[in-house]
Write a protein of this length. Sequence first.
Length: 592
Amino acid sequence: MTQAINLSPSTAQTTTPKIFYQVAMSRPESHLFEVTLYLENVAESVLNLKMPVWTPGSYLVREYARHLQDFSAKSHQEVLTSRKVSKNQWEVDTKDVSEVTVSYRVFANELTVRTNHLDSSHGYFNSAALLFDVVGLEQQPIEITIIPPQPEWKVTTPLRTVAGKENTFYAVDFDTLVDSPFEIGTHKVYDFEALGKPHQLAIWGEGNANPEQIITDTRKIIEVEADLFGGLPYDHYIFLLHLSGTGFGGLEHKNACSLNYPRYSFRAKDKYNRFMQLVAHEFFHLWNVKRIRPQALEKFDYNQEAYTTSLWFCEGTTSYYDAVIPLRADIYDQNTFLENISKDITRLQTIGGRKVQSLSESSFDAWIKLYRRDANSNNSQISYYLKGELVTFLLDLLIRAQHNNTRSLDDIMQKMWQGFGKEEIGFTPEQLRETIESVAGKDLTDFFNRYVDGLEELPFNEYLHPFGLELVAIPDPDAVPYLGIQVVTENGKEMIKFVESESPSAVGGIDAGDELLAIDGVKVSVGQLRDRVQDYAVGDKINVTVFHHDQLLTHQVQLGQPQPSRYEIKGVKSPSEKQKQHLEGWLGKLSK
């Protein structure tokens, strides 16, 4: 699909350093990629190699070097002195040599969109998790050759092929290599065209995905998003889809995205819609994040974290659009859109961490919190994806109501694209806020102080009212008195996995990690817990017996008022004509 590039030796100076990679997998069942790095015209006396610790789009130090083994370096069969000088850095003595061959293997048995996976069915890798950054040569072109274990295995990657070299690809620099995932195996590849440009859907794994339907709806998403930004900023694009047991996730790249989705989750309408939201989300990142990105992410330092308070806009705003885009593409209707937003509001309003961590703090602390959850996470933090989506939702409503739908969040995205994305110059938090205020036509200091940098509850009804909508807490007809714990069965034991902060259980002294044994002296299981608590009234005191670090303890817990478990956006009674006009200008007429 991609055009091959011709590399003429005569056009390059012989003293220019050259970088070649070879990735083999002779025994894929061992989960070991066999990597060889060839360097020509080495000028330095010490070669400095660093394995990235993270990959763009996934804000966690993953320590990829922990999977590397069997490192060695040679020059024309002469063993070179090498040493590991830090957790992810190796040095090779290269004095008086100009050609170096470095060999190593990487264990790959983690099937996510941000790691590597190799088994007898396929090989998948992200270059940041497999290949070295040759320090000082990051701007040099790189060739990479893939050696499949079987002749029928093919290679799918957004990189251009090198003419005349089998399974060899070309990256203009190390950043481009990192931004280009590889799928190697017998996966199915479906070519299609959208807006006159070639695209591919590559599917690995078995399941009930319907490629024709996915392509039809993906084409709609491409068209809607391209219309928003005024065209497509690439000449080709690949959707890599892994069908797995229970996996879920996506990772964006400039010319591709990697998707992981449960293999039998495409037939049920709600699950299929969720998949299309994932597609819309990762494709929207073409603009927001890959090109419209914070200054802190403008130049990648793969050796350490890059801190920004703007991830709520990078990911949260993209999450709002992944709900909006399928609606505009007629993949689902307005009621489904509002149901999806209602579910996300429910998630936010039932997480105590919203009262502890601000949205900007959540963005800044992504590296140490979001992907490192523990028993207290729901009490102490909030996802910048989730709250960022809902703050963006309020901003869209604010702008639309202020300007009678003649302006919207779309105008913010277009201004960010024109001002920062096209030239990839990076934006500061101040420039982001200035752009939002310029579209809103008003000072938003109070809004940002309260809902981005502060901890105030989001005023959904204040912003929904101009559209004839309201957020309603839906009472549970089978609600039980509030206990405030989550229990699961593990190895035959009833384990308390989470205790909500300030809940009756927390006040009573129960801890996450305790083993639940009995209520008022009678054994209780996970399946019985709700029914048992339902036998009591609000205010009753019960004795909860647990093992706490193998010590038998009984705590007295006073049951509280039932907590709202679901929120729903509904139409107000007797909406005004202006409310009807606002709603129709935003979502069109709602179906009954």
